[in-house]
Design a protein around this ligand. Structure first.
Ligand code: ISE
Length: 338
């Protein structure tokens, strides 16, 4: 049984906690840490075997913790990954791996120096059945080579502190990792374009929506619309244009309603619920791999986390310059080739 320590039990961390306690086979949570002690104690109260450990570094070093799930605020991920690598413990790290490409590189270098792949990144869409089907079709070549993709990442409503940086490092990063994985290529150029700003944008530090344009090394162009206060629902879209046809991510199946001369399907605002199956599958794959003493090949590695951080750094640069910025990636080291 894999003994897991979780750092951060906000809304996503709490869901990961409940998932590991109730759904995932071969894993259990033994300890939890959070800056909000009262809240963390409420979350674990129904589970008397789970301890609260105030200091995340102590949690990582605890002998009753074999593996660490990092769901704390983004700026802490790098430090906790480095500590867990030092302890030789398995890590499930929510994105981003670090707040900067430089920080992400330190984590990659530490993992390589330790000689064992310990990190699985929480890029959940790699485990979403709809995305898996889309990727399988695109890479099969049945539609010819992919040329262009259009993605949309829409959140209904975000807290006022959400800004342009998080729009890239917290939201666009999903499109960045997903599209690199889906088309099996990486980016050489990135640009962020600011269209007219919505009146629902909650402060002057957030331009909403924005469009992230990515060019891959084969010349494919990918547009990612990032709209975090779209108001109407959580909505994820992806259409890939190939030489002989197009492939579109299916919408979640919902009841088709006809009433009052109107025809509609409901939508949700709950992003965590939208991808619940993907989260379940990525955690089961993680627990199985850790219990087998290895890593999950289907999941994103620390190197993928680093590539995403290099790309988000270029996007942040472009938000300021308005220009097309280079994505300065080097070749994948052998350590990360499966
Ligand atoms: C958040 O951090 C996520 O991971 C969600 O999947 C995404 O929809 C949201 O925009 C991010 O802030």
């Amino acid at each position: 049984m894999l003994k897991v320590g979780i750092i951060g039990v906000g809304s996503m961390g709490t869901q990961h906690f409940l998932r590991l306690m109730n759904k995932i086979h071969g894993a259990t949570v033994t300890a939890v840490s959070d800056i909000n002690e009262a809240h963390a104690k409420e979350v674990i109260a129904p589970y008397p075997t789970v301890r609260f450990i105030a200091d995340p570094i102590a949690l990582i070093n605890d002998p009753e913790v074999d593996a660490v799930v990092i769901v704390s605020i983004d700026s802490t991920h790098e430090e906790y990954c480095l500590e867990a690598i030092k302890c030789g413990k398995y890590i499930f790290c929510e994105k981003p791996l670090s707040a900067s490409a430089e920080g992400a590189k330190k984590v990659v270098d530490a993992e390589i120096a330790g000689g064992k792949r310990l990190i699985q990144m929480g890029f959940n869409r790699r485990f979403d059945p709809a995305y898996e089907e889309l990727k399988a079709l695109v890479v099969s070549g049945k539609l010819g080579a992919p040329l262009v993709a259009h993605c949309a990442h829409r959140n209904a409503n975000y807290p006022a502190q959400y800004d342009d940086v998080v729009a890239v490092t917290g939201t666009a990063i999903h499109e960045i990792d997903t599209m690199a994985w889906l088309v099996g290529d990486y980016f050489t150029k990135a640009q962020v374009i600011f269209p007219k700003c919505s009146r629902h944008s909650k402060n002057e530090n957030l331009h909403d929506p924005q469009i992230v344009m990515l060019t891959t090394s084969s010349g494919m162009v990918i547009s990612c619309e990032i709209w975090v206060n779209c108001q109407y629902a959580y909505d994820i879209r992806c259409e890939v244009l190939c030489e002989d046809g197009t492939a579109t991510l299916p919408r979640p199946s919902r009841v088709d309603v006809c009433t009052n001369q109107t025809h509609y399907k409901g939508m949700t605002t709950d992003g965590l619920g939208y991808f619940a199956e993907a989260y379940d599958r990525e955690f089961q794959a993680w627990a199985d791999a850790c219990n087998a003493g290895t890593y999950c090949k289907a999941a994103a590695s620390a190197w993928d986390g680093y590539c995403a951080a290099v790309t988000t750094d270029s996007c942040l640069k472009s938000q300021k310059s308005g220009a097309i910025e280079a994505v300065p990636l080097t070749d994948r080291p052998d350590f990360y080739i499966d």
